[in-house]
Design a protein around this ligand. Structure first.
Ligand SMILES: NC(=O)c1ccc[n+]([C@@H]2O[C@H](COP(=O)([O-])OP(=O)(O)OC[C@H]3O[C@@H](n4cnc5c(N)ncnc54)[C@H](OP(=O)(O)O)[C@@H]3O)[C@@H](O)[C@H]2O)c1
Length: 301
């Protein structure tokens, strides 16, 4: 991510509201080509219109997908690959903290499906594009809440009890572990991986906890996302976790290679992907074989 950043192509999921929307505004101001994802067409359109009103020369495309369905994630990845020859940064920002227990279209607990499985699948399907665009980056929206939980490796996909913030925090721990596992796989491919905690921003759909003491503004939170996307410091890192404005240590479980690899293996199966081997790091012309769709469709353990 060296030199002038303007003109880079950045895909932000969950850009129809909150931090994603604010980060899109800030990146448009810096001259990036944006692909903004949402699940509600009218809401996403309003965001795009507001950015064009402020920055008439912005370059914005949109894409729709509901992350409660892995089929929609697959369709989104296929559409991105069809449209784009280049992707510099993927920002996995879309996230939820629902108060009641629901199931995704694929039969997973909804928070797990939207916050973890969807970005795992989307990222894996977009890896060939990211590698061909190196130096490129994957930015995952974690949370300081990931420090507050431990996940039983034999019961990853289901929290033993449905307590909303615990279920949410577990998904953020998984996303952080995924960030480091991915970074290890991609370290010689020129694709860097960053997980971040943006601060606690009251008034978004994710923070129903407006009583929390440590408050960050939406602008400050979005600035952390921008830095994670563009800061050259992370270019050659073996995975990083940023808390607001500085590098921090992630939950030790997220750093455990054993846990990361258990999670990776299970996630491939949950998403109907198979790991067949590693791509030689520097050979960008070879077809990507890190993950391939299983022909038999979804498979759950
Ligand atoms: N806010 C905080 O204090 C805080 C702290 C730590 C981490 N984070 C993380 O930061 C990220 C953004 O949070 P936020 O506060 O900006 O939340 P937000 O305002 O609720 O925005 C969430 C975004 O995700 C989208 N989304 C929700 N469910 C979806 C689904 N099923 N399919 C596709 N998109 C979906 C939303 O779309 P709609 O507009 O259609 O609802 C929206 O664009 C999340 O990953 C969150 O966990 C936030």
């Amino acid at each position: 991510m060296s030199g002038q950043n303007s003109g880079r192509t950045i895909l932000i999921t969950g850009a129809s509201d909150g931090l994603g929307k604010e980060a899109a505004r800030k990146l448009a101001a810096r001259g990036m080509r944006l692909i903004l994802h949402g699940r509600n067409e009218a809401k996403l359109r309003a965001v795009v219109d507001s950015i064009y009103a402020e920055y008439p020369h912005a370059n914005i495309e949109t894409i729709l997908a509901d992350f409660s369905s892995l089929a929609e994630v697959r369709a989104m990845a296929a559409e991105i690959i069809r449209r784009c020859s280049h992707l510099d940064v993927l920002v996995n920002n879309a996230g939820i903290l629902p108060f009641k227990q629901e199931e995704s279209a694929d039969g997973f607990e909804l928070t797990f499906g939207v916050n973890y499985l969807a970005p795992f699948l989307l990222t894996n399907l977009l890896l060939p594009l990211l590698k061909n665009s190196a130096p490129a980056r994957v930015v995952n929206l974690s949370s300081v809440a990931h420090h507050l939980v431990v996940v039983n490796p034999y019961q990853i996909e289901n929290s033993p009890v449905f307590i909303p913030w615990i279920v949410y925090a577990r998904t953020k721990l998984l996303l952080t572990a995924f960030t480091f596992a991915l970074a290890r796989r991609l370290k010689s491919c020129g694709v860097s991986c960053v997980a971040l905690h943006p601060g606690i921003i009251p008034g978004t759909n994710v923070t129903h906890f407006t009583w929390l003491r440590f408050r960050t503004t939406r602008e400050e939170g979005a600035e952390t996302i921008v830095a994670a996307c563009l800061n050259p410091e992370f270019e050659h890192s073996e995975g990083a976790y940023i808390s607001i404005d500085r590098k921090a240590r992630a939950n030790p479980q997220a750093l455990s290679i054993r846990f990361q690899e258990t999670l990776w293996k299970k996630s491939l199966a949950w998403c109907g992907l198979t790991e067949t081997g590693q791509v030689p790091a520097t050979d960008k012309n070879k077809p990507d074989v890190l993950c391939q769709p299983l022909s038999a469709g979804d498979k759950r353990e």
